[in-house]
Design a protein around this ligand. Structure first.
Ligand SMILES: [Fe+2]
Length: 193
């Protein structure tokens, strides 16, 4: 029998229950998510609507990282206007991002410090990953990334957040002037977070 949404959620719960290692948890979840995508999910899910929007697949009350409350959400969005990147982190949480249709360009950044420690660091782009259908990738606690959905076609993507990000303090990073701002929201910045 094909791998099901319910089995996936049980496996995510087990990943949190069996380890406190965020990297290992994220790897396990991403591996399972690829397996679930291979079955045609989330298009096969009764929880995914036909309209553009955010669809809650599962909100857990017992498991998560670092505190309970992991969430599985599916998103359906039309072609997305190319927007300036909005780098952000997920605080002490991690996020697994997967794509089922269309694409998501994921960009990673890091602070680069010079030898002279009196000088401020510069936020530099380190990697672009173009996520295509069936792909899943994770961003660990503190990692900085930005996302750009396909500008040409509908994108259906999934996020597993290790807690409800509405309750998590995290940061947004401004390229160019190296400013950082702190915020607490699951939906800001407006580009897919
Ligand atoms: Fe994000």
């Amino acid at each position: 029998m094909a791998y099901t949404e319910q089995q996936f959620i049980e496996h995510v719960r087990e990943a949190f229950a069996s380890s406190r290692d965020a990297r290992l948890q994220a790897q396990t979840i991403a591996d399972r998510l690829r397996e679930l995508f291979a079955t045609g999910w989330p298009l096969s899910s009764e929880k995914l609507g036909k309209e553009n929007g955010t669809y809650l697949i599962h909100a857990d009350t017992e498991r998560g990282h670092p505190d309970p409350g992991f969430m599985v959400m599916a998103y359906r969005q039309g072609p997305k206007k190319a927007a300036p990147p909005s780098p952000h982190d997920h605080g002490a949480c991690f996020v697994v991002y997967g794509v089922a249709a269309g694409s998501n360009l994921q960009t990673r950044y890091r602070w680069t410090y010079g030898e002279d420690s009196t000088q401020p660091p510069v936020l530099e782009k380190t990697q672009d990953i173009l996520q295509k259908p069936g792909d899943a990738a994770y961003f660990l606690p503190g990692e900085i990334h930005s996302t750009q959905g396909s500008t040409e076609e509908e994108t259906i993507y999934v996020r597993v957040t290790s807690q409800d990000l509405d309750g998590a303090w995290r940061h947004r990073y401004h390229l160019g002037d190296n400013k950082t701002t702190v915020f607490r929201s699951a939906t800001q910045p407006q580009t897919p977070v």
